[in-house]
Design a protein around this ligand. Structure first.
Ligand code: FAD
Length: 426
């Protein structure tokens, strides 16, 4: 059977390794950390995954935590008004929630990646614990039919040239600060179901809140995305997790007090429950050329890394793994040559391009027609629902998000179908 090396045991690498293994390929997986090191380490993401991405996991029988993870049935948006002089006085000017057609879920990557890695080894896969260098890949490319590099945003990305035409930003657009907590109070707006909430603070950044399942059971994630140089860009250099959480809460009281009101009793899930950092969103050329002339194919974040503002990276990693798996299987015994690698990436880019376009748009100041759309979703539930479901399939935003004319026509069409404002059933 054909021999495949997968370098990097994250969402894409593990999903691909397990998928290839189930189809009879001889798979070696290289990880720079053991399952125990991942489990006892720091959180890596907020990893909210929507229906299509979750379905790829189900198709491979890898949905081990589906019954334990909270079902995220909606996606809400709040917009803060002008920041109040005193903490707790900033008003909320927009507040709505859209319902998802299929639920989303977040499983702490420490739980999922450690569990999947152990499953891969139990099923007879060869697991090598080693941080791969380019020289290692040079050697291995001669002994494997295909080398896939799924090492996320780590140093191996230097093998893949930046595609400037698809990467409008050269610098990070947000400073990220994550806290996993227990003890968040129920959401008063809709206590009967779980949702992700995007709190937009114009000119300052965003606070995302979402339920997850972590090492100690159900938890919630508080995730600040701050515009660099602004008031939320304040986590750099903070090493103490308690200090990180205290700053998170202080900023919530100032900018999104309706969320702070639920958070007065929270505590960190564990000592590894915080994360801070930043990176520039980057699309890369998918094929890496090794010093000896061998070729490797980049996977997921290695080749398309978007800012997490739209919560798409794990979704894209799952979609990339599913698409590459199909391309590998369909290749049969033919060589995994340069032209196949390019075609394999291009097939994934058909999906990924919509994620990149939408995510990069969300990083900029919203134009007037987008503000109108977000405002209209508060009055017109079909708009809220469609916006929420765009997180599952961002290609739909082409139909109503980017072009002011299309946006205006869509709002008018939904408004007419719902009847005059005073007569609408809420
Ligand atoms: C703060 C934050 C919040 C996020 N929130 C969301 C969200 O809500 N929804 C969503 O869909 N996405 C989210 N993402 C993005 C998502 O986590 C990533 O896009 C996704 O994990 C990428 O998967 P991947 O397989 O490409 O890489 P990764 O998951 O990064 O996996 C790469 C693996 O390779 C290993 N590795 C690195 N270098 C080497 C080497 N040389 N040798 C061997 N192993 C190596 C790493 O240790 C890691 O285990 C978020 C990201 C961040 C930072």
């Amino acid at each position: 059977m054909r021999k495949i090396l997968v370098v990097g045991a994250g969402q894409s690498g593990l999903q691909l390794a397990l998928g290839l293994q189930s189809k009879g390929y001889e798979v070696t997986l290289m990880s720079n950390r053991t399952a125990d090191e991942i489990r006892s380490g720091r959180v890596m993401s907020t990893q909210c995954m929507f229906h299509t991405a979750l379905q790829h996991e189900r198709d491979l029988g890898l949905n081990f935590w589906e019954s334990q993870a909270p079902r995220i049935e909606g996606l809400g948006v709040s917009v803060a008004g002008p920041t109040g002089e005193q903490p707790g006085t900033t008003p909320r000017v927009i507040d709505w929630v859209g319902k998802l057609d299929g639920y989303a879920q977040s499983v702490d990557q420490r739980v999922k990646m450690a569990g999947w890695m152990e499953t891969f080894a139990q099923r007879g896969g060869q697991l090598v614990i080693h941080g791969a260098a380019v020289s290692d890949l040079d050697y291995f490319s001669r002994t494997y039919d295909l080398v896939l590099v799924s090492a996320g945003k780590g140093e191996l990305v230097s093998m893949f040239g930046r595609d400037a035409s698809r990467s409008p930003y050269a610098e990070p657009q947000r400073a990220l600060a994550v806290s996993y907590v227990h003890g968040l109070g129920p959401r008063p707006e809709h206590p009967e179901f779980d949702a992700v909430r995007c709190n937009l603070v114009p000119g300052v950044g965003e606070l995302f809140i979402m339920p997850t399942v972590t090492l100690s059971g159900r938890a919630d994630i508080l995730f600040w995305e701050g515009i660099p140089g602004g008031p939320l860009d304040a986590f750099k250099g903070i090493k103490d997790p308690a200090e990180h959480l205290a700053l998170t809460l202080e900023l919530m009281e100032k900018f999104v007090p309706w969320e702070y009101a639920r958070a007065t009793k929270v505590e960190l899930t564990d000592a590894g429950g915080t994360l801070a950092g930043r990176y520039a969103p980057t699309v890369r050329n998918p094929i890496g050329r090794l010093p000896s002339g061998g070729l490797v194919l980049g996977v997921a974040d290695v080749v398309v890394a978007n800012d997490p503002i739209t919560g798409q990276g794990s979704n894209s990693a799952s979609k990339c793994a599913a698409s590459y798996l199909d391309s590998i299987v369909e290749r049969g015994d033919e060589p995994f040559d340069e032209s196949w690698m390019q075609t394999t990436f291009d097939r994934y880019w058909e999906t990924a391009q919509h994620v990149t376009k939408w995510t990069n748009a969300m990083l900029g100041a919203p134009p007037e027609h987008v503000l109108n759309l977000i405002g209209a979703a508060g009055d017109l539930q079909p708009i809220a629902d469609r916006f929420a479901n765009g997180f599952n399939d961002p290609s739909d935003f082409e139909n109503f998000f980017y072009d002011p004319t299309l946006t205006g026509a869509y709002i008018a069409e939904v408004g007419e179908s719902q009847g005059p404002a005073g007569e609408r059933v809420p």
